[in-house]
Design a protein around this ligand. Structure first.
Ligand SMILES: C[S@@+](CC[C@H](N)C(=O)[O-])C[C@H]1O[C@@H](n2cnc3c(N)ncnc32)[C@H](O)[C@@H]1O
Length: 264
C-alpha cells in the first residue's frame, strides 16, 4: 500500500519575501506533489533563532537596571566576598557588570558574539580575546570577568572549573523544554561544594498563543531537576500586574526567586 505522503529526508530553509532565512523545517512531499513544511527545532537551529533576535534588536528581556532579586537577595547568593560566580546565558545583562564591580570573579556564557561585544562596549570595559577550541573568550584586563562565546551544551566543563555561586535569570526559562534535563546536568557539574544557586523563575499559565520564552518554570519543576543534590528555598514571589504582561495575553505572572543550596 502506498503511504499517503512521503517524508523527504532533507531540511529546508524557508525564505521570506526579502530573501532572508526565517526558519528550518522538514519538507513533506505529498503524493499530489505539493509540499508542506513542518517547523522542527533541530539542535543546530537553536543559536540561529537567538542570533536572529540579536541582529534584529529583539531583546525585550534586557533590563536597564539591576534585577530585583539581586537587589533584595544578593547576600543569600553571595554570602562571602570575592566569590567565583557563573552567569549562564548572560546576554549583555547589567547584572554581570554589577557582580564584577562588587569584586567577584565573574564568568558569563553567551552563544551570540554580538551580545558580548555590546556588553564590553556599553560598559566601557577594555578587553582582549582568546580563541579556544570550544569557545572564544572575552576577558577584562584583570582577568576577573570572562565571557565565553559558545553554546552552553558545547562547553568544556572541566576547563571551566567550579563555581561558588550561579545567577540564573533568563537562562533556565529560555532553555528549550527538551534540553532542561541536560541543562540541569551541566549546572550540577559546575557547582562547588558549598554552592549558592539563585534562579529567577517565571511562573504563569501558558496558553496556545504564548508559552515563552520566558517559559513557565514552576517551583516543582526546579525541585524535580535539582532536588537530587539541592535544597530549595523560595525567597520571594513577585506578582507582575496584568497590564505588564498583557502583550503576552497572560492572566497571571509571577517571578519567583529560588535559592538552591547543598542538601544538609
Ligand atoms: C532571554 S536571554 C537572557 C539574557 C540575560 N540572562 C538577561 O537576563 O538579560 C537568553 C540569552 O541566552 C543566549 N542563549 C540562548 N541559548 C543559548 C545556548 N544554548 N548557549 C549559550 N547562550 C544561549 C541568547 O543569545 C540570549 O542572549
Amino acid at each position: 500500500m502506498l503511504p499517503s505522503r512521503i517524508f523527504v529526508a532533507l531540511r529546508l530553509v524557508l525564505g521570506n519575501s526579502r530573501g532572508r532565512n526565517l526558519k528550518a523545517g522538514r519538507a513533506i512531499l505529498r503524493l499530489d506533489h505539493s509540499f508542506v513544511v513542518e517547523e522542527i527545532m533541530s539542535k543546530e537551529d537553536r543559536m540561529d533563532t537567538w542570533q536572529e533576535r540579536w541582529s534584529q534588536g529583539k531583546t525585550g528581556w534586557q533590563l536597564p537596571d539591576l534585577n530585583f532579586a539581586l537587589e533584595n537577595h544578593a547576600s543569600k547568593l553571595l554570602p562571602k566576598p570575592e566569590r567565583r560566580i557563573l552567569v549562564p546565558l548572560c546576554g549583555k545583562s547589567v547584572d554581570v557588570e554589577w557582580l564584577y564591580r562588587e569584586g567577584h570573579t565573574v564568568v558569563g556564557i553567551e552563544g551570540i558574539e554580538q551580545a558580548i561585544v555590546e556588553f564590553f562596549s556599553e560598559h566601557n570595559l577594555p578587553y582582549s580575546t582568546e580563541q579556544l577550541t570550544w569557545a572564544k573568550v572575552f576577558k577584562t584586563e584583570d582577568d576577573r570577568l570572562k565571557m565565553y562565546c559558545c553554546d552552553i551544551f558545547k562547553m568544556d566543563i572541566e576547563n571551566l572549573g567550579k563555581f561558588d555561586s550561579i545567577w540564573d535569570r533568563g537562562s533556565l526559562v529560555a532553555i528549550y523544554e527538551e534540553d532542561r534535563e541536560r541543562y540541569a546536568k551541566v549546572i550540577k557539574a559546575l557547582l562547588a561544594p558549598d554552592f549558592h544557586y539563585m534562579i529567577n523563575a517565571t511562573q504563569y499559565t501558558p496558553h496556545e498563543g504564548f508559552s515563552g520564552p520566558p517559559r513557565n518554570i514552576p517551583t516543582a519543576l526546579v525541585e524535580k531537576l535539582f532536588g537530587d543534590v539541592c535544597e530549595l528555598q523560595v525567597l520571594e514571589e513577585r506578582t507582575r500586574s496584568k497590564e505588564a504582561v498583557a502583550h503576552w495575553g497572560l492572566d497571571d505572572f509571577v517571578e519567583a526567586v529560588l535559592l538552591l543550596t547543598p542538601q544538609s
